[in-house]
Ligand binder design. Structure first.
Ligand code: PAN
Ligand code: ZN
Length: 192
């Protein structure tokens, strides 16, 4: 029997802010500094202010099979050394769950990889709808000068596993090249 009522939220397309107010996660550089390859540049940046790298606005939905989690992410423009601002990245705790990213604003690259070593990336720009299949870890990178704003929709029971990415790292990075953003293979061993 249905025990919930339909509801609606409003996304401000320019900022990604959802109203009425929902759960709001702020990731500052001090929270995520170890994900960037140039640790000295990260420490240097932290001697000044502690910049907000990205924010997530999560519409609260029960974490249950059949539900659809949905949220906006806003990655602010910037770089740490030669590496663009990006999310921590994760696998879904329940690996067999997919996700859709609909880009509303900005330019970026969606990095993906599997535990058996496959890698992929997709460019994001307003209107692109990217499909992250089950079993693919995902991390989003803002390669532009404006906020990268996108909607994510994924199964209610997916959950997030950050530990695997934190332990193993991502096999690809996006750096500033002479002709713009470049996707490069992570140097050295995969484990670090
Ligand atoms: C997204 C991400 C969001 C932030 O909603 O959670 O972009 O990235 P991290 O979770 O890696 O910090 C999503 O993929 N949810 O499943
Ligand atoms: Zn996800």
């Amino acid at each position: 029997m249905p025990d919930e009522n339909p509801f609606q939220t409003l996304i401000e397309l320019k900022t990604g802010v959802i109203s009425p107010p929902v759960d709001h996660v702020i990731r500052r550089l001090s929270d995520i500094k170890t994900i960037f390859r140039d640790r000295d540049a990260a420490e240097q940046a932290l001697t000044g202010e502690d910049p907000t790298v990205y924010e997530v606005y999560n519409v609260p939905v029960p974490e249950e099979t059949g539900q659809l989690q949905h949220c906006t992410s806003v990655i602010h423009p910037g770089a740490v050394g030669d590496e663009y601002h990006m999310t921590k990245g994760h696998y879904h705790a329940r690996r067999a769950t997919a996700e859709i990213y609909l880009c509303l604003r900005g330019e970026g690259i969606l990095l993906m990889e599997t535990e058996d070593g496959r890698t992929a990336h997709l460019r994001m720009s307003p209107g692109t709808m990217s499909y992250i299949p089950p079993f693919w870890a995902h991390r989003t990178v803002n390669t532009g000068n404006a906020p990268l704003v996108f909607v994510g929709v994924y199964p209610g029971n997916a959950g997030h596993d950050y530990g695997s990415v934190a332990r193993i790292g991502f096999r690809q990075r996006v750096i500033k090249g002479p002709d713009g953003p470049q996707v490069v293979a992570e140097e050295g061993a995969v484990r670090r």
